[in-house]
Design a protein around this ligand. Structure first.
Ligand code: G3H
Length: 540
């Protein structure tokens, strides 16, 4: 594949199917504060697409629009709105019954579904996600919200009773924590933001949310839905430079929970800005360098299929992607031949074409960075082993397989987050096992093999190094009911539909000695439905 062939994949504007055309720049001046969609008249940030414009003007990335670069002053007004809505736990939202909160989230979900087409279109243009992956991201998010509602109903049902223990009567429930700052990543800007935002909200917290640097405009169609579904100040948005708008929020000491998906470097900066770190709960999804370990008796066909998916879905831009493959030397040649053939079949192109598997990369200068990693490995003795490897045009980078990779190369330990697959040969299991143990990260691992005794031994050792061991399949987050977390520099806190409800709440209780007078008081509170907390109401 020649460089010019890749460049020619960027389409003239008139060839973009009409339903996916974005023929207007979106000038977003709006931000959500205190239940109002306010207008911002200050500086704006330009947003360009990873997709270059018409062929005649191919040097230019398509201009998509602008969003507000809010100032510290406005960010603090937004925070004030979230704090007022929480009202030290006495606001309308935190004291609302769970059934009423669920109703608000259901209203929001209906309004969100109406925006599906627009959000999916923007996911394609802003971050280059394929149409089918963008649709999956949207639909998976809706499913996640519905599952969260069901999980909360379950949780509430088990809490709708009194406990009698050692002469004490108690009712134990989960209560909100306060104001949550939600910041998602660019690769799943909708889904991963909402997997923290929705549980945070439904548990009674109020939220300030900042979309990732890439993938901002796609949230605009949802602003009205947020405004119209929740009480004033419960959901608020900030946009702009992290140092200008997020720093002051953290330094204020008024953020109770930081839900952040990004790098550990930024997470550490944010945590350290909080004046009372012991008051801050952190739910963090950070870097990973998940290894695929291919044993000598692995089923080659299945392993190739899973490794292609695992390393190159959404161009390898998944935190769960397989970012290094360890291959037993006995089957290295066979595996690499078959793997490279499958990789070279992946179609490069535009997100809306149904055959496309590899799309333009949204991060600035990403192609140059990946090239640096490849050159470093080649300079130290590795080779590009697939036919299309090493080719790129503008933001489109052909998937590149590099072999044999060794410890001195950057690709061995650096999280490439792109379509480059390093393969490391090994002779003894100690080599990949030491790799996992020495790695700065500890999210997941995949093992491919057939000997049940060997697999059992590996599982027993690896579950103490990472948080999910996948057998004969790629690494992944789903299903969303499974716990998703990591060790070392990969995560803090656990997310799943049910774990997230716990992460954004704390157990609290009301208790009384089991005397006749106290029983009478509690009985009256329950019968006359005077309290939302002391209640035996059951959500059906
Ligand atoms: O980027 C990290 C995502 O949570 C991965 O989710 O494994 O379903 O693609 P996924």
């Amino acid at each position: 594949m020649a460089h010019s062939e890749i460049i020619s994949m960027f389409p003239p504007e008139h060839t973009v199917p009409e339903q996916y055309l974005l023929d207007y720049p979106m000038e977003q001046r709006e931000y959500l504060c205190d239940g109002e969609i306010r207008q911002w008249y200050g500086d704006l940030q330009d947003v360009v697409s990873p997709i270059h414009g018409a062929i005649l003007d191919a040097e230019q990335q398509k201009f998509l629009g602008r969003y507000p670069l809010l100032t510290e002053k406005v960010a603090l007004e937004v925070l004030e709105s979230a704090c007022n809505a929480y009202g030290n736990g006495r606001g309308l939202w935190p004291i609302m019954s769970i059934a009423e909160r669920i109703l608000c989230v259901e209203t929001f979900t209906c309004k969100m579904v109406e925006q599906r087409q627009e959000v999916v279109k923007l996911l394609m243009w802003e971050i280059g996600k394929t149409l089918s992956d963008a649709e999956k991201e949207f639909d998976r998010t809706i499913d996640y919200i519905r599952d969260t509602i069901d999980a909360l109903k379950d949780l509430d049902r088990t809490s709708s009773r009194f406990v009698f223990e050692a002469g004490i009567i108690g009712q134990i429930r989960r209560a909100p924590l306060g104001v949550v700052l939600c910041m998602g990543p660019f690769n799943y800007p909708l889904n991963e933001t909402f997997t923290t935002l929705i549980p945070a909200l439904i548990m009674g917290n109020t939220v300030v949310f900042k979309p990732p640097k890439l993938g901002v405009l796609l949230h605009k169609p949802l602003l009205q839905a947020f405004r119209d579904s929740f009480p004033n100040g419960v959901v608020n948005t900030v946009y702009g430079d992290g140092q200008e708008v997020v720093g002051p929020l953290m330094k204020s000491g008024r953020i109770d929970v930081l839900a952040f998906i990004g790098t550990s470097r930024v997470a550490d900066i944010l945590k350290n800005q909080h004046p009372k770190p012991h008051r801050l709960r952190c739910i963090l999804g950070l870097e990973a360098k998940n290894a695929g370990i291919i044993l000598s008796d692995a089923d080659i066909e299945n392993t190739v299929k899973e490794c292609v998916l695992g390393s190159l879905s959404f161009n390898g831009q998944r935190c769960t992607a397989l970012k290094v493959l360890f291959i037993h030397r006995n089957i290295a040649d066979t595996f690499i031949d078959r793997f490279c053939a499958a990789v070279d079949k992946l179609q490069l192109g535009m997100p809306w074409d149904s055959e496309t598997r590899i799309t333009p990369l949204p991060e600035p200068n990403k192609s140059a960075y990946l090239n640096e990693l490849i050159e470093d490995a080649v300079g130290k003795g590795a080779e590009i082993v697939n036919n299309n490897g090493g080719k790129a045009g503008h933001t489109l980078v052909a998937p590149t397989v590099v072999y044999p990779v060794s410890a001195s190369m950057r690709l061995f330990s650096e999280e490439q987050f792109g379509p480059v697959v390093p393969i490391v040969p090994f002779d003894t299991m100690e080599e990949p096992m030491n790799y996992v143990a020495d790695s700065a990260y500890g999210q997941q691992v995949s093992i491919f093999g057939n000997d049940h005794k060997e697999i059992a031994q590996l599982v027993d050792a690896l579950v103490n190094q990472v948080c999910r061991v996948n057998i004969n399949c790629q690494c992944q987050r789903g299903p969303d009911t499974f716990p998703f977390t990591g060790r070392k520099d990969s995560a803090e806190g656990t997310l799943s539909v049910t774990d997230a409800l716990r992460a954004f709440s704390i157990r609290t209780l009301a208790a009384a000695k089991e005397t006749t007078a106290n029983k009478r008081i509690l009985q009256s509170i329950v019968t006359e439905r005077c309290s939302k907390f002391l209640s035996t109401d059951f959500i059906f």
